[in-house]
Design a protein around this ligand. Structure first.
Ligand SMILES: [Zn+2]
Length: 223
């Protein structure tokens, strides 16, 4: 249904057509040509995590920063498309098999996308959870349902940038999630913008597996 907000967005689109964040060419907010130049992540991660791009790259860093701190939600769509492509490329629909090789995603009928939830206070301050917006786009592209109710934050964790090392980050993440509802037998793909140590994803994965999720894997824009 069209709302005033939609009309305003359309009018603004005519007045200020979007252009590529990197090369400024009119059109997509990040054009295909630029996306192709983004370096891929080549670091070895836990088997259950796939990160598409390298967070060492300044362009990627700036884009994620703009999404998180400058309300550039419009930069999410082209990146989410790349994640969806990766899920399609790596995924396979072999429901009865549990034999996953490195960085393969299990896509089955009971597959669900779960964005890593943000501490409530931070989501309130920012007005949105970027991981949720990424998951929403992927969900629309791949027709895999998204669920934001099953995995929730149980307490507010300190921001990772304010903690110093891996041990502290792990401690900070300890018991930071809880499960509401039934996750048993679900094949879950966790969605996050960036993974650094993998601590957040690992904590979320552990609690989902404790609650009998069948398989929990994760995909992020960058590492
Ligand atoms: Zn461009």
């Amino acid at each position: 249904m069209w709302t005033i907000k939609n009309y305003l967005a359309k009018i603004l689109g005519y007045l200020f057509p979007s252009c590529c964040y990197i090369c400024k060419k009119e059109g997509e907010t990040i054009c295909d040509k630029c996306i192709k130049t983004f370096p891929k992540n080549i670091d070895i991660l836990p088997q259950y995590i796939i990160s598409v791009f390298s967070f060492r790259d300044e362009k990627i860093k700036n884009i994620i920063h703009a999404i998180k701190y400058y309300h550039r939600k419009d930069l999410i769509k082209p990146l989410a498309r790349e994640l969806a492509k990766k899920i399609q490329d790596e995924g396979y629909a072999k429901q009865e098999s549990n034999e996953l090789t490195n960085n393969q995603l299990l896509i089955t009928n009971n597959c669900v996308l779960i964005p890593i939830p943000m501490p409530t206070i931070r989501k309130y301050m920012r007005g949105y959870n970027q991981s949720e917006l990424i998951a929403k786009e992927i969900s629309e592209i791949l027709s895999i349902p998204m669920n934001t109710k099953l995995l929730v934050r149980s307490r507010n964790t300190k921001r990772q940038v304010k903690t110093f090392n891996k041990a502290e980050r792990m401690k900070n993440q300890c018991h930071s999630f809880k499960i509401i509802g039934d996750v048993s037998n679900l094949n879950i793909i966790l969605i996050d913008d960036v993974t650094t140590t993998g601590a957040t994803i690992s904590e979320a994965r552990n609690i989902l597996l404790e609650h009998k999720a069948r398989e929990v894997q994760a995909i992020t824009i960058a590492h």
